[in-house]
Design a protein around this ligand. Sequence first.
Ligand SMILES: NC(=O)c1ccc[n+]([C@@H]2O[C@H](COP(=O)([O-])OP(=O)(O)OC[C@H]3O[C@@H](n4cnc5c(N)ncnc54)[C@H](OP(=O)(O)O)[C@@H]3O)[C@@H](O)[C@H]2O)c1
Length: 363
Amino acid sequence: MQNLPHTQRALVATGPGKLTLALSQPLPAFAPNQVLVKVHAVALNPSDHKFLDLSTVVGAISGADFSGTVAAIGSDCVKPLALGTRVCSCVFGSNSLKPGNGAFAEYVAIRSELCILVPARVSLEVAASMPVALITAAYVVRSLRLPSLPDLGAKAKRMTTDSARGRWVLVNGGATATGTILMQVLSQIGCLPIATCSPRNAALVTKYGARKVFDYASPTCAKDIRAYTKDNLDCVLDCIGSAVTMSMCYQAMGSAGGRYTALEPYSDRIKATRPEVKADWILAWTVYGERVALDGVYERPPILEDFMMCSAWITIIERYLATGKIKPHPVDVNKKGGLGAIEQGLDFMRKGKVSGKKLVYCI
Ligand SMILES: NC(=O)c1ccc[n+]([C@@H]2O[C@H](COP(=O)([O-])OP(=O)(O)OC[C@H]3O[C@@H](n4cnc5c(N)ncnc54)[C@H](OP(=O)(O)O)[C@@H]3O)[C@@H](O)[C@H]2O)c1
């Protein structure tokens, strides 16, 4: 164990939409199967301000995505990690059940299996931008019943991707942080990603693998997608998940229907318009195999299967990062502002001003 301080600085919720920089928070307790990570950088997610604004837990540390170095190792960790190992991952910040463990802090506790090794080719600043999107990708692939990523390990038996090869998959919101990672995963599986975005992000989205890009603001967007895919689109990820985007996605899908997966709860009213489309939405906060104590449809019991799925997914993903086969979303790194600059970034994101990049802060 490295020499650890007794207290840390952390961003703590003081009321709806309000954070304060607490100067002497206790370090998070870490269980025998967890490591304690000294945080180097954090990245912002829309969930950070949604939790803060809509389900405020006063006194809880905010933040999900982080990167850093292993500072202490529990006695019962499964993944072999050494002190100083560079890792990235995400924690469930603003969590009423674990208010002392959020990413916007100097230390976080995390199960060893959920630590993603950061290869030498990737900086810790860039690594901080990826974990939520990488883990969300595992849920999306499962929800859409697509084959998992082939394991690049030397001895691993390559999985067949025949059911995916040449299949169109629409990523609505191709310029989101989730979208650019998903399009790369889809390409690796053998699918043909197509995407929507603003015209200003068309080149970016193409760079991440979209075979064709559509402007979601165009009144003919759905019709254009349906024509382009010759009425054969049967697989959609909606990274936005509003009634407007769900409606567009439903209209874009072929006559035979298929699978629609959203990152937010879907509308039952729109679902009822096309029974041949199977609608689903995912919630990646079950990754820890622990209860998700949120209101209404967001509440989840502990789901050990999700923890197991993501642990296995991470070992595969690490090889894609190490070989550069999966590249990070563009980042905007704030090296000087530290924890104190994050609230301004959250406000920027809250106002919908973040486009085609991830905001990262060195701590
Ligand atoms: N359920 C889960 O487990 C889970 C996991 C991860 C994320 N999420 C949710 O998924 C959503 C996306 O998260 P993220 O971090 O990937 O997003 P992000 O990177 O913050 O998304 C920003 C992008 O959204 C795009 N966008 C905005 N409105 C759009 C629309 N109507 N159609 C298409 N694109 C639109 C914009 O693209 P342009 O600039 O091109 O306009 C912008 O670049 C958030 O609501 C987040 O909370 C949920």
